[in-house]
Structure formats: structure tokens, C-alpha cells
Design a protein around this ligand. Sequence first.
Ligand SMILES: [Zn+2]
Ligand SMILES: [Zn+2]
Length: 121
Amino acid sequence: MPIRPEDRARYPDDWPEVSARIRRRSGGRCECRGECRRGHHGHRCRAWHGHPHPDTGSTVVLTVAHLDHTPENCDPANLCAMCQACHLSYDARHHATTRGRTRHAEATRGMDPLFGEDNAP
Ligand SMILES: [Zn+2]
Ligand SMILES: [Zn+2]
């Protein structure tokens, strides 16, 4: 899933390398073991990078999910290479429960002045 613009600054500078490392760890296979609640609980997802997805038939592109939804937490234990179906499902559950908080954050963002009065010319 693409990184949301408002989250981009929260990712570490070496995120591309971190992400590549996790996808290498996965061996090209979705690492989800049911965290997505799509119904394969306890069984590793059968989606392989670059191959048709067993459920959706579309070509699998593994992306790296943060299990705690915190981009700053790049501990390998918090990261999981996931196919689109698992990642979307996993994040959708999260977004449903945090939508209120996110809306509030969006509503208040931009209200902070970029420069304090000390910086006035
Ligand atoms: Zn999957
Ligand atoms: Zn899954």
C-alpha cells in the first residue's frame, strides 16, 4: 500500500533498505499468518511475489506492513511482508478503529504557524 503523504515524514530515511530486507526475509512469500483476519488464521498466506494471488488472481506485490501501525517502529519483529489482500485487510481493520483520531489529526493539522514571532523579519 502506498505510504500516505502525511505519514511519509515518519518513516526512517533508510526505509527502502529496511523494506527490501523484510521482503528478502519473506523469501518472496506473504508473511501473514492470519493477522489480516481474512480467514487463514494459523496458516501462512499462499501469495508469492510476482505470481497470481491464490484468492484474487491479480499479480502479488509484497509490501511491508507495520504490525503496530507505527511507522517509526522498524523493529523486524514489528514488520511483516504482506500481499495486497492481507495488507489492505489488515490496515482496513486498523483504519476503522482509528478513523476518529485520524480525522481529528487532519482537522487540526496546518493550524500551527510555520514560524513563531521570533522568526519574523
Ligand atoms: Zn497474504
Ligand atoms: Zn493474511
